[in-house]
Design a protein around this ligand. Sequence first.
Ligand code: NOJ
Length: 532
Amino acid sequence: MSEQTRWYQNAVFYEMYIRAFCDSSGDGNGDFRGAISKLDHVKSLGVDCIWILPMYPSPLKDDGYDVADYYDIHPDYGSLDDFKAFLDAAHQRGLRVVIDLVMNHTSDQHPWFQAARKDRNSPYRDYYVWSDTGTEYADTRIIFLDVEESNWTYDPEAGQYFWHRFYSSQPDLNYDNPAVHEEMLKAVRFWMDMGIDGFRADAVPYLYEREGTNCENLPETHGFLKKVRRLMDEQYPDAVVIAEANQWPEDLLPYFGDGDEFHVCFHFPIMPRLYQALKAGDKTPIIEILARTPEIPAGAQWMTFLRNHDELTLEMVAPEVREWMWQEYAPGPRQKQNLGIRRRLTPLLDNDKRKYRLMNGMFLSLPGTPIVYYGDEIGMGDNVWLPDRHGCRTPMHWTSAKNGGFSTADKTYFPAHTDAVYGYQHVNVAAQEGDADSYLSLTRRLLSARRAQPALQNGELAWVDTGSKALLAYTRTAGQEQVLVLINLSDQPQALNVSLSEEMIDLLSDGDQSFAAASLEPYAIHWLKSAG
Ligand code: NOJ
């Protein structure tokens, strides 16, 4: 690996939702003290960095992505001291921590918005984007299509319309106002000085609005983001800043800048294509999207995921593919949501361990820094009957005790699953600990096999011709190290037409590692390395 490799380029992240993780106070909400008590579990997975969802004071209309105070902790989750204790406890275990910084908008309960709506002459009025008619920027798409009809909402108190790209309870900040830049840079410094290792910047394509454009990815937006990076380079050079921009790869490239903007960008479009390829038994969508993925500057990295706290978004696929994905993956009631699917990983994969092994083994061996979503390491299920995206944000299952050992409260923020297949009585960390065939053991084995292979972390990717659309093969190479990945995406055995010149060992094999198969079993995945 090159000397310039930065820690985040070969790391694995774990996405943690504090409210769902562990409740130490018995009030039914997870909190930082509870999360501290579970850090050994996170460490045991073999991940390097925790990304926590927004933990600020908030009315929770968008689960914390509606920030009411950038400088404190939501009282349900604890205090700033608890946050610091969490940070220290993670660092003591060699785990880094990144937070989520919501730059584009605040809650309508934020004191800035409260002052702004009350008084046209308040200095905070210009922190937001107002209109007398609500007709401007008509070429801008609506993101929360299932709930919002317009990006403008009339506020009777203000006597004007305000601009919002998400819920109408989340007014957009006005980045044409330099005071907003200063506020955001101040918030960055506050959390960085506390010792975090970086942050995910939420919803960055939407910072500016300009008439006649779709108000996404504007040059002015990049101008501000480069300012953030300058601050980071000058004062926090070891930290990572991650862009959440749900865009096509070519539109993402400017977010890396010339190595002077984001260190890492989420690669949204690859995610649905992994599911598409598996269901269709056809590798083509994966190869096409990676062919469409440009080279990125030295020191930069993509970030990949199979699931996260949002619906499995299908924004980045063609309309006919979206329809097909819904038909295949969301046939049940309420499984469709907005332009996506509100289901967790294991139910999407029919609770089939072969598919779980394949999807994880594929995403952990393709380029990018992978994120594991809390609960997926034990194959947790979803609850589509909960509102919005909450069905995939339910309490973590630790044991078979009440509420899955998450909380002693009689009522938790949302109920833990109790159904016959995915209920905490059967699916929980304790039950899976000693079971070599459990999802948990499988996840640990995959992560530890990846960890041992520098080539899988940041190596060059090359496709290997297999003559079969169902058989995906590629190498990852770093210096002298090479791993050959073979994947059978179909439910039928596939003859192996790849010539293996040397004696190979299978890094994913549980028993005898020598590999000499002439065909691949349905849904098989192998990570092969020369035995020499
Ligand atoms: C992206 C986050 O992932 C999502 O949960 C949130 O609703 C929007 N940004 C708005 O902040």
